[in-house]
Structures are given as structure tokens and as C-alpha cells.
Design a protein around this ligand. Structure first.
Ligand code: PLP
Length: 344
């Protein structure tokens, strides 16, 4: 099996807390190993460093063995861990396709890993021939969000598969918005492409951005690599409890919210399409959409004057005069439409 891990980490021993060895033994232990406050107090104990209960619940939910699941403090943390664990600074490269999610570049800069960029086509699809020509043996990570942020569209499954088959490193398919998209998750074809890592998050459809929880699904050797660079207690007890309840008891409600937001996305886009200052609205499979207007700075400021905050997207490659707007609750969308209808 191919090892992607950085050389010096291959012999690196994972930090073991004493309790880790006993974490499946139940609750009858006298815990004198971690210098905690022993009195009965809500969160006096460190959380389970292996996150066994939650990983087991996620395993049943996503149909992936626990040994192929890594949990992080948001996908943002996992993105950093991937770069830290797998890319030799100043030597190996990361590939991205702008316009793309900004944190990939931030992580590359943070860990001094050079970035190679192949822009998306004018329709914001993957430029597969150029990507295939640009692939080099020193490329270690390819970050690919689908649906894409900031544009909102999905990439074609066959394009991602073609690239994964040719890429020498790990292809990170970042599915932060997957619940809003009709296409099957890359999880269903991951076994054919063992160099694919799928990222999903509790921050978007799951409605738990404040809890900070991201998931990585990948082959065991990649997940073991991430465990080598994991902080022992990277997820806190409150998040572990809330996420367990979310996975086991709240998915019916999440499906209802996703259905409503998808309906609202259609309603808002339909209503905005005919406005004279809206030049185009790009197709979206996410809970946001990007639109091009006559003057994005003017429209952005006018919305702020009406207490509506949207995201400027004009600084992204190929997104001049674009704004990115999240789909809100129906009453928020009503207000957005009312304000945008009246802009001069
Ligand atoms: C494509 C993509 N990946 C990851 C994230 C970050 O997710 P998390 O909140 O889990 O760190 C975002 C958030 O905007 C995103 O758009």
C-alpha cells in the first residue's frame, strides 16, 4: 500500500494518554492518571481521545468502518492536518482549481507548501486536460470542493475520477455542501479510488457550525497518518455529546430543513433573475448561490445599509462583480427579495 505520510512522521509514535488503553472498559475505573479535578462537576474529565462512541455512530450513519473515519475541529482543522501530515514543506506541492475555498491556500502558506493552480473553465467546471497535463510526481494533495465554494456548482463525477486515477497523491473531495446536492457522495466510489479522502462537516446542513466538527473518510493508512498529527483532545465533550444526539436523533429534522432550503434556493434565484442589475445567477447545488451584478461593491454596500450581510466574491478568479448569498430562512429571504427589488 502506498504511504503518503511525510518521512519523519512514519516512525513518529502517537501521543498516548494513559486512559486511551482503557477507554472501552466502561466507567468503573478510579481515574488518577490525568491530574483532573476529581469532584463531580459537569466537564471535569478529559474527553475520549479516540472519540469511539461518536465514530461508531458515524460509522453506522455513513456506512464506513470506524478505522476509516477521522474527526476534527471543523473541516478547517482537518485541512491543516492533511497539509501538516502529508506535505514536505518547500518540496511537495498542493494542487487547487480557483475559484475555490480560501482555506486551502491559507493552509499551504501556513505550512510553507507551494501551491500549483489550474483555473476552472469559464463555466466553473474542471479543466480536465490541463489538470492531467499539469500533474507532477511531487504533487501530494489536490483539494477539490464539490459543490464548489464560492460558485455553488458540482463537478462531474467522471472528471473527478479521471483526475483521481492519475493523481500521485491524495485527492481531497470536500463535500461540505453534499446534503444539498442530488448527486451521490464520493463515499460511494471511494473504494475504487483509495487515494480519495472525503471531507464532510456538521457546519452546513447539519446546523452545528458553532460546535466545530468535521469528518474525514479515507483508507486506513491515510486515517492513521492523520492520527499521527492529531492533538490528543481535539474534540471537546460538549461537541461529542451534541454530535452523537445529532447523528442518532435529528436526521429527520435535518432532511426537512434541507428540503426547505433547497426549495427556498429555487424561489430566491427565480425572483432575482429578472432584476435589471443582475447579469447572471450561476447554477447551485449548495445552500448558497453566486450572482454577477452590474457593480458588486455598490450592491454590497446597499445591502449592508439595509442590514443584510452577503459575501463579496469579486476577489476570486473569474468572479468579477460577483456576490455570494446564503439561502436564509423564508422570512429572511422575503426581506432580501424586498430590498433587492427596490435597489436603484
Ligand atoms: C468547501 C468548504 N470546506 C470546508 C469549510 C469549513 O468547514 P468547517 O466549518 O467544518 O471548518 C467550508 C466553510 O465555508 C467550505 O465552504
Amino acid at each position: 500500500m502506498k504511504t503518503y505520510l511525510r518521512k519523519h512522521l512514519q516512525k513518529h509514535a502517537i501521543y498516548q494518554s494513559a486512559r486511551q488503553e482503557f477507554s472501552e472498559n466502561g466507567n468503573d475505573l478510579i481515574l488518577l492518571d490525568a491530574n483532573e479535578n476529581p469532584f463531580d462537576w459537569p466537564y471535569n474529565r478529559y474527553p475520549d481521545p479516540l472519540q469511539l462512541k461518536l465514530r461508531k455512530a458515524i460509522s453506522a450513519w455513513r456506512n464506513v468502518p470506524p478505522s476509516q473515519i477521522y474527526l476534527g475541529n471543523g473541516s478547517d482543522e482537518i485541512i491543516n492536518q492533511l497539509v501538516l501530515g502529508f506535505c514536505e514543506p518547500k518540496e511537495e506541492k498542493i494542487l487547487i482549481c480557483p475559484p475555490t475555498f480560501g482555506m486551502y491556500k491559507v493552509a499551504a502558506e501556513l505550512f510553507q507548501v507551494p501551491l500549483y493552480q489550474v483555473p476552472l473553465t469559464p463555466q466553473f467546471q474542471l479543466d480536465v486536460p490541463t489538470i492531467l497535463q499539469s500533474i507532477k510526481s511531487d504533487m501530494k494533495l489536490f483539494f477539490l470542493p464539490t459543490p464548489n465554494n464560492p460558485t455553488g456548482n458540482r463537478f462531474k463525477t467522471e472528471d473527478i475520477q479521471k483526475i483521481a486515477a492519475a493523481f500521485p497523491g491524495i485527492v481531497v473531495v470536500d463535500e461540505a455542501y453534499a446534503e444539498f446536492s442530488p448527486e451521490a457522495s464520493a463515499l460511494s466510489w471511494q473504494s475504487e479510488y483509495p487515494n480519495i479522502v472525503v471531507l464532510q462537516t456538521f457546519s452546513k446542513a447539519q446546523g452545528m457550525a458553532g460546535a466545530r466538527l468535521g469528518m474525514a473518510f479515507g483508507s486506513e493508512n491515510i486515517i492513521d497518518g492523520l492520527l499521527k498529527v492529531k492533538a490528543p483532545y481535539n474534540l471537546n465533550s460538549l461537541t461529542l455529546e451534541a454530535a452523537l444526539d445529532q447523528v442518532e436523533n435529528q436526521q429527520g429534522r435535518v432532511r426537512e430543513m434541507v428540503a426547505l432550503l433547497t426549495k427556498e434556493r429555487k424561489r430566491v434565484i427565480n425572483a432575482l433573475e429578472s432584476l435589471p442589475y443582475v447579469e447572471s445567477i450561476f447554477p447551485s447545488d449548495a445552500n448558497f448561490f453566486m450572482l454577477r451584478v452590474d457593480d458588486s461593491r455598490l450592491r454590497y454596500n446597499q445591502l449592508i445599509e439595509n442590514n443584510i450581510v452577503v459575501r463579496q466574491a469579486s476577489h476570486y478568479l473569474g468572479c468579477e462583480n460577483c456576490l455570494r448569498i446564503s439561502v436564509g430562512a423564508p422570512s429572511e429571504n422575503d426581506k432580501l427579495l424586498q430590498v433587492m427589488n427596490n435597489l436603484k
